[in-house]
Design a protein around this ligand. Sequence first.
Ligand code: PGA
Length: 309
Amino acid sequence: MIQATLHQLKVFETMARHGSFTRAAEELLITQPTVSSQIKQLTKVIGLPLFEQIGKRLYLTEAGKELLQTCQEIFGRLENFEMKVADLKGTRQGQLRLAVITTAKYFIPRILGTFCQQYPGINISLAITNHQHIQERMMENRDDLYVLSEPSDNMGLSTQPFLDNHLVVIAPKNHPLAGKRNIPITNLDSEVFIMRESGSGTRQAIQKLFYQHGLSVEVRLELGSNEAIKHAIAGNLGISILSQHTLISEGKDSELTILDVEHFPIKRRWYVAYLEDKQLSVVAKAFLDYLLQKSTKFSIPPASLLAKV
Ligand code: PGA
């Protein structure tokens, strides 16, 4: 193994990620024959095939899977080392990979903005996706830090709550229940709902509450975007339940209102999480501290931001 070069390992890792000689060559800015000769040499050193071709697709063999994991550890450690060196030189720089659930997009980019001004040498990749996809990304160890509402207990996570995330019933301003106090939850039975897609944490929380109260509401429309749901509510397609943070940029002219329904808001919290076994990079640690310190500015927007009905 000692004869394998770092370059060969990089070629292999890129190739394994893409499952394609062409795409690996494109990413590494080398030719396709160079990719295949590097993989050939590495296979010879290891003495076992690393890929097998079935039909048109390339699959990793057992040895290939083991090697991929080893490469990811090696490159992760090297990246971390680079960041530490930069830190010692007094120039904090490197890569920060974040994955956050959809509702966190209402504050994370703003926090990132000021963070990047402070540390201009940092490159960020930010994935914004739903609860289920965050879980998948965690299982694949794709990011440094995650922001989500319901971290799973059995995934070996280190978690820290940092902000309240309340789910409220949102309706068009002209809804007949607008302005009424303490509406019985059973009234929701006769409403038409717009619901987030399956795999959404918001949807799971709503279903849990409805189940507890024996409600089965009519869902007219499923949408994967909180913003699209807000527009659909304004278009009188139905009502919905969303994080109160989705209303952050609504003002007195908003076409939406929050209904005062009993058992609402559904009180949840946002957590910042990372895989317990992962050694956080200098940059990830810096962002974690920054997030915990700055996020208080983004507490729940008051319902009074919306016009009284
Ligand atoms: P979602 O997550 O985007 O998957 O609905 C939001 C949440 O769980 O609070």
